[in-house]
Design a protein around this ligand. Structure first.
Ligand code: HEM
Length: 373
């Protein structure tokens, strides 16, 4: 293990602190002296000059108070009980998709035939959005998340946001059982800010809430197919699925605005080990490096479904921690369980070194996952 904290230069040429040690990442994720906002946004370091991500968001004085209020509304609608109710729905979708896949010509691309439609349909049902619109979000999300051309990214995001604005107008006029209607029913803040937050959440769900579970499913299938001893262990003892899900989450590339991790800015001077972050400094919290810290995860590159404890930080930690962890875990648990039950001879249809990661997308998904059975 190298150093836990290093001074680096971002692709935009600005200085930043890279943090990769598990203890340091976890403690800084829980530290409210760091935030997504910058105390003086015009002076903020940038991650990239051609990428929308890696810039400050909001005002540093109000960040935590406003977000606490918003999370309260979010938690009401997406409570653990409400998300739990999605499990039978996920099972139904997975069963139908696995049956379709088994009747397809071989080899097939698991990502297009299974993982992506599964997570997309789950989000559409949760938000009450028609399945036919999925292709549009996929295109807009891919454009919005590519990190090479800021104009293209803006166009993708604008199209997604205008779709979401239309959806919100319809739900406000004619509420239903869906999450968008419930978010309006749970409104405590009468200001326009609330609508902006709903819009941001819904577009985030249509984008990353769809892409990330799909890419974790692809990586999960790949890890199980390329570690037959672990797959055998799981078949002998299906109760090990919960451990397999955690180990997949630890080893896949969780979403982050930048290749070096989640972006934060110091709101005041902070002592971090042997260094001091100065007020305004950019700090990159690397979840992938933290999940591979051998002081916490012995033999970190090994895929071990019996690993215990497995306190990975793939959902983040603290104030901004993902509040859809139940849904994401259920998609992996039910999605992979159904897939390997229905297609017990499922295997990779290409050499592992031929697999490419979607470099342009922050969700870190595989470009394609050819399988046969
Ligand atoms: C394998 C699946 C997933 C992983 C690994 C994951 C990971 C993460 C991480 C690391 C964060 C924290 C970001 C930060 O601190 O800056 C986060 C936040 C968030 N995630 Fe997830 N996520 C997953 C699935 C989902 C799904 C399915 C949804 C929605 C349907 C979702 C919605 C969100 C939202 C709204 C936040 C922001 C929370 C806030 O701002 O307080 N995620 N997620």
């Amino acid at each position: 293990m190298g150093r836990s904290i290093e001074r680096i230069e971002t692709p935009a040429g600005d200085p930043a602190w890279w943090v990769g040690g598990y203890a340091e990442v976890k403690s800084l994720l829980g530290d409210q002296r760091l935030g997504k906002a910058h105390p003086e946004p015009a002076q903020a370091g940038r991650y990239s000059s051609v990428d929308l991500a890696g810039r400050p968001i909001g005002g540093s004085d109000t960040e935590y108070a406003e977000h606490t209020e918003w999370r309260r509304s979010m938690n009401k609608v997406f409570s653990p009980q409400n998300l739990e109710r999605m499990t039978p729905v996920i099972r139904e979708i997975a069963t139908e998709l696995a049956a379709d896949l088994s009747s397809k010509n071989r080899p097939a691309n698991l990502s297009d035939a299974y993982s992506t439609p599964l997570s997309s349909r789950v989000i559409c049902l949760l938000l009450g959005v028609p399945f036919e619109d999925i292709e549009q979000f996929r295109e807009w999300t891919a454009e919005g998340a590519q990190a090479a051309d800021i104009e293209r990214a803006m166009t993708g995001i604008r199209l997604l946001m205008s779709y979401v604005a239309g959806l919100m107008r319809r739900r406000q006029k004619q509420p239903g059982e869906d999450a968008v209607s419930q978010l309006f029913a749970a409104r405590t803040d009468p200001s326009k800010l609330y609508e902006g937050r709903v819009a941001k959440l819904v577009s985030g769900m249509l984008a990353f809430g769809r892409e990330t579970p799909a890419s974790s499913l692809d990586w999960g299938a790949l890890l199980l197919m390329s570690n037959p001893d672990q797959l055998e262990l799981l078949r002998e003892n299906p109760a090990l699925m919960a451990g397999a899900v955690e180990e997949i989450l630890r080893l896949f590339r969780p979403p982050a605005a930048t290749r070096e991790g989640l972006v934060r800015y110091a709101h005041e001077d902070i002592e971090a080990g042997e260094v001091t972050f100065r007020r305004g400094d950019m700090v990159l919290l690397d979840l992938v490096a933290a999940n591979h810290d051998e002081r916490v995860f012995p033999d970190p590159d090994r895929f071990d479904i019996t690993r215990s404890p497995n306190p990975h930080v793939s959902f983040g930690h603290g104030f901004y921690m993902c509040n859809f962890t139940r849904l994401a875990r259920a998609e992996l648990d039910v999605g992979l369980g159904t897939l390997f039950d229905r297609l017990p001879t499922l295997r990779l249809a290409t050499a592992p070194d031929q697999l490419a990661v979607k470099e342009h997308l922050r969700s870190g998904g595989l470009a394609e996952l050819p399988v046969t059975w």
